[in-house]
Design a protein around this ligand. Structure first.
Ligand SMILES: Cc1cc2nc3c(=O)[nH]c(=O)nc-3n(C[C@H](O)[C@H](O)[C@H](O)COP(=O)(O)OP(=O)(O)OC[C@H]3O[C@@H](n4cnc5c(N)ncnc54)[C@H](O)[C@@H]3O)c2cc1C
Length: 456
């Protein structure tokens, strides 16, 4: 009997989840080959350690979004299935003008009653526009016939007439949203505002580092994993698809019955799609999702967590760099006595500052500490910078949401055996990339049930 050969391009969460789910859903033996350009698996889930001390920090994906209070939460279920312990994260505080604002009373006291009134009104309107249930069901599996509103999120923000209140919202959402309000849709902007409310979702991290998700998936996958093997091209050859890749400069070609391209939108173009129909379909697919957004992470190891007297949350928002999230990375592990702070810069600030040297960026991060924490800067031991320019999506789903089949199969007529998986097709998160991987894996498994070599 012919054993179907599956090629997966990309060894990030999307590629790994696809391989894992496919293995679970398929009721026949398969030969899976996974191509990864870099020397490691995991893509934007990255939990490195400092050089001076073996202390971990998150350099990519920060937290997981918990929707289990509503209904199925496939990501949390997967993490439980893999036996990974989780730790809740939380942090309602925003530091503005050097003051910590923890609740509505602080906002009224520090920002004044007019800003407070304006914020309360905006909050009400936002919640009115999207309830927690609507947020949970915002996938639009059938697609939408109408275009996403022409107006962008900044148009909604201009309805907040009070400038301090508007500034507060912009800064508060700025690193959930890796772009500027003028470059994202009203719906996605609102989601990023509402996700700060525990009625909409909770947050958690994996104890021992988020990268444990990658390690556990990789350990369970029965696949040929080809590291340092960037895929150069995909093309149809007869009924099969041929992948051309290189390994340390040596080219190779392999043929597959099915191929899954599990690349983020900004890496889709690193592959040449050969043949007129496939090339045109992937060009149009890329254009549909081409809304790059940016992150930059600056992480500093200190002798001690000198901020804990003022703030014990897992993170708080800072009104610097257009609004950035400041993570207490050391709160992820109760056993460490050192302190680690991670600045997550987003959007325009991240893009513009990414050209600066690491030394300059570390100095700017220290300068951004509010005055009540300034003295702690002298206990810095080591700093690290990670640049993620164009790596996430500002309008996931695009300006007109496609139905799930169309989202995942760019050229169904002549290439029904080529699928794509990505968070950019849903919501730019790990939940989204898992939804995508699950959709493709179950579709592919169904196709494989009755598949014989002559089918494609
Ligand atoms: C700073 C930052 C913070 C984030 N925070 C969160 C968060 O808090 N919560 C959340 O849910 N999500 C978060 N995300 C998003 C999350 O990281 C992504 O949803 C997820 O990584 C997408 O997985 P992916 O496999 O599609 O892409 P990636 O993680 O980008 O993996 C793609 C892989 O493909 C490889 N590749 C590229 N080109 C080729 C090629 N030609 N051939 C072979 N391999 C190739 C890459 O090397 C990479 O390993 C964050 C992202 C960033 C950058």
């Amino acid at each position: 009997m012919h054993v179907p050969r599956i090629g997966i391009v990309g060894g990030g969460p999307g590629g790994l989840m696809t391989a894992y789910m496919l293995q679970k859903f398929a009721n026949r033996p398969l030969v899976v080959t996974l191509f990864e350009a870099s020397p490691r698996l995991g893509g934007k889930i990255l939990t490195p350690q400092f050089d001076r001390l073996p202390i971990r920090y998150e350099a990519g994906a920060a937290e997981f979004y918990d929707y289990s209070q509503f209904d199925d939460d496939p990501l949390k279920e997967l993490i439980m299935e893999l036996g990974l312990p989780i730790r809740p994260m939380g942090g309602p505080s925003v530091v503005m003008n050097g003051q910590i604002l923890e609740n509505w009373d602080d906002i009224r006291e520090q920002l004044g009653s007019s800003a407070y009134q304006s914020l309360v009104q905006f909050d009400r309107r936002a919640k009115d526009r999207m309830t927690p249930q609507e947020f949970y069901h915002s996938d639009n599996p059938e697609g939408t016939t109408e275009l996403v509103e022409e107006k962008r999120f900044d148009a909604l923000l201009t309805t907040v007439a009070e400038p301090t209140a508007r500034g507060y919202i912009e800064k508060m959402i700025h690193s959930d949203l890796a772009t500027e309000p003028a470059q994202t849709s009203i719906g996605y902007g609102l989601q990023n505002y509402l996700m700060n409310d525990p009625a909409y979702m909770h947050l958690y991290g994996i104890e021992g580092g988020n990268e444990r998700l990658v390690q556990e998936l990789a350990a369970r996958i029965d696949a040929v994993i080809r590291l340092q093997s960037p895929v150069q091209s995909v093309e149809r050859v007869g009924r099969r698809l041929r992948i051309a890749s290189t390994h340390q400069g040596v080219p190779s070609e392999d043929e597959f019955d099915f191929v899954v391209i599990a690349l983020p939108h900004n890496r889709l173009n690193t592959v040449a799609y050969r043949g007129e129909a496939l090339e045109a379909a992937l060009r149009s697919h890329h254009a549909h999702y081409d809304f790059p957004a940016h992150y930059l992470r600056i992480t500093i190891l200190f002798e001690q967590p000198f901020w804990r007297n003022s703030c014990t949350d897992s993170y708080w928002m800072l009104d610097k760099f257009g609004g950035c999230c400041l993570y207490d990375e050391s709160s992820r592990d109760p056993n460490i006595t050192h302190g680690v702070l991670g600045w997550l810069l987003a959007g325009q600030a991240a893009e513009e500052m990414s050209d600066s040297s690491d030394e300059e960026l570390l100095a700017q991060a220290l300068d951004s500490l509010p005055s009540f924490l300034e003295s702690g800067r002298h206990s810095m031991l080591e700093g690290r910078v990670h640049r993620w320019i164009g790596a996430v999506n500002a309008i996931p789903g695009g300006l007109q949401v496609q139905n799930l089949d169309r989202r995942h199969q760019p050229e169904p007529l002549d290439h029904p055996n080529l699928f794509v998986v990505g968070d950019y097709l849903f919501d730019s998160t790990l939940n989204g990339v898992l939804d995508s991987a699950q959709y493709v894996a179950s579709w592919l498994a169904a196709r494989l049930t009755s598949y014989s070599e002559s089918d494609t």
